[in-house]
Design a protein around this ligand. Structure first.
Ligand SMILES: [Fe+2]
Length: 560
């Protein structure tokens, strides 16, 4: 079978679309990158009607397809599996509205994508979609698969065994027990945005002691049958609730640490059970909890599996991809593994030059833009780097990045200021794959998707202080020179100038905005943020007022 399947995630949060043709990932993108509304929509039941229209249309346009060319549309939520009683649209907390909107999704999609036959829309259970995004994308023929999130229709976890594309279901944890929802509740208690800012809690957990781990173990624990119990606690008994942006204290950090450790322990037990049941040495992982890179590293270090592959779009956006892969497999296609997360929008040289001309901005076309960027970074400048196709998932992996010198501790503050982020949050290093083991340990290498944390070697901590978290770790991205030649040249050029084969990489966006996606976003970001240069494909735009500041900074900086 040669199928064309469009995947849609719309039920909860992070609406996204993905296109899988002949079993190959052709395009995938989150709606927020088009609408410029962070996370695409509110994570509430009454927003379930909002579809990823722009990203879906782009997927089709990218492949030169009309909606009528699609063999199927895979929607990553099955209303037939919704919580019992929730088919009443007036049910408490509007859960019934989600069910109703999901039931009507074929009609909505037929309107959003003219020419689509609503009968081609298939519902895929939410956790099947998460699971497929992991096992079908991973480079494994056979593996164990585990998904963990806040919730799907009526479950929050899925454990299975995949052998040559055939999926056996081993366990599904029913609500209300949910590791993801416990973490979400804590996120909200600490003054952050639920279903969005969980990684801030993870970052905060590095600052505390697990002094309430005993209590947490009582309320979050594996049950020995592949599942667990996990229900939110009265967090106020441990630390008072925080408003948005309020100062946290050691009690808040200790609470974050206690919950993080308890989560890790449950995940380790679930992985142990799955290992025993499947006998597999490889694990594929997805669901929002799989974005917890501290937990992933603990699983990699202390868990039974030799290899752990995590879907880079492990959150709900990734279910658009997984649903499409799941249905494509049902239609008889062999699913090809994911080779890169860069499956979003891309722009060629002439297109980029048109944008630069339209902006009437001075730009250069140097022999090698990577050398120019490295030179600016080595002189303690910040470079906005826009090149190639946008990444699918929440991480910028060198195509939509802000790059800086890791040798200056002040660069953490500088980048967090550009992005309006809390100062306790770390920025991450990128490093050539072949150099990574000299500096980083305790996590998998290569680690191309920034989904694990590594220990920084003690003699390197003072050399690259901007990327070392308070606990001596760093969330690294390894760069494969064959796959990412321009980024690799930039890293090598930076090392020639400084002796350091590491550069700071954080996503290219300003406070509260989604990651830059198209050239206009890049130019707007450059125009509004204090960065020294913008690389757009083979071109570079320098901020005229930066030259003197760079001379001053590099004069006062660290000698190579
Ligand atoms: Fe999910």
């Amino acid at each position: 079978m040669s199928s064309r399947v469009l995947g849609i995630n719309a039920a909860f949060h992070d609406p996204a679309a993905a296109l899988v043709c002949d079993g190959r990932i052709v395009a995938a993108a989150e709606e927020e990158r088009f609408s410029r509304r962070k996370h695409g929509k509110e994570p509430v039941p009454f927003s379930a009607w909002e579809l990823p229209q722009q990203s879906a249309r782009w997927c089709l346009e990218h492949a030169g397809l009309a909606a009528s060319d699609l063999d199927a549309v895979a929607y990553s939520y099955d209303p037939a599996l919704a919580l019992v009683g929730s088919d009443d649209p007036l049910a408490e907390r509007w859960e019934g509205l989600r069910t109703l909107f999901a039931q009507r999704a074929p009609l909505f999609l037929g309107t959003a994508l003219p020419g689509l036959d609503p009968a081609r829309v298939r519902f895929v259970a939410h956790h099947r979609a998460h699971a497929a995004s992991a096992y079908a994308s991973a480079p494994f023929d056979s593996c164990a698969v585990l998904t963990l999130d806040g919730r799907g229709e009526s479950t929050s976890q899925f454990a299975g065994h995949v052998r040559n594309g055939r999926l056996e279901v081993l366990h599904e944890q029913r609500l209300p027990h949910s590791l993801g929802l416990v973490y979400e509740e804590l996120t909200a208690h600490l003054g952050f945005q639920r279903a969005s800012d969980e990684y801030k809690v993870m970052a905060l957990s590095s600052y505390g002691e697990p002094r309430w781990l005993g209590q947490m173990r009582e309320t979050m624990r594996a049950t020995g049958d592949g599942g667990f119990v996990a229900q939110p606690l009265d967090w106020s008994a441990f630390a008072p609730a925080l408003g948005k942006g309020a100062e946290w204290n050691s009690r808040h950090a200790d609470l974050a640490t206690s919950v993080q450790r308890a989560l890790e322990e449950v995940v380790l037990e679930l992985a142990g059970w799955l290992y025993e049941r499947t006998g597999e040495r490889r694990l594929a992982l997805a669901g929002g909890v799989a974005l917890n890179c501290v937990c992933n590293s603990r699983l990699w270090r202390d868990g039974p599996f030799d290899e752990v592959w995590v879907q880079p779009a492990a959150g709900d956006a990734g279910t658009a991809l997984g649903a499409a892969q799941y249905v494509a497999a049902e239609l008889g296609d062999h699913i090809e593994p994911m080779r890169t997360a860069a499956v979003g929008r891309g722009f060629d040289g002439p297109e980029l030059e048109d944008w630069l001309r339209t902006a009437a901005i001075a730009y250069e076309h140097p022999d090698d833009v990577a050398e120019e960027a490295a030179d600016i970074i080595a002189r303690d400048g910040v470079v906005a780097w826009f090149d190639g196709r946008a990444e699918f998932g929440p991480r910028a992996l060198g195509h939509r990045s802000l790059l800086a010198d890791p040798r200056h501790p002040a660069n953490l503050e500088r980048l967090n200021d550009v992005k309006g982020r809390e100062q306790f949050r770390p920025v991450a290093p990128m490093v050539l794959t072949e150099r990574a083991a000299e500096i980083f340990s305790g996590g998998p290498i290569p680690s191309p998707y920034m989904l694990f944390t590594h220990q920084v070697a003690p003699d390197w901590r003072e050399r690259i202080p901007a990327v070392v978290h308070v606990d001596g770790t760093a969330r690294i991205q390894t760069i494969d020179a064959e796959r990412e030649p321009a980024v690799a040249r930039m890293l090598r050029a930076f090392e020639r100038r400084t002796g350091v084969p590491v550069v700071v990489n954080t996503s290219l966006n300003t406070a509260g905005r989604p990651i830059v996606d198209d050239p206009r976003d890049a130019l707007e970001c450059f125009g509004s943020a204090p960065v020294d240069a913008l690389v757009m494909g083979p071109f570079i735009v320098r901020r005229p007022t930066s030259a003197a500041a760079l001379d001053q900074r590099s004069g006062a900086g660290i000698a190579a």
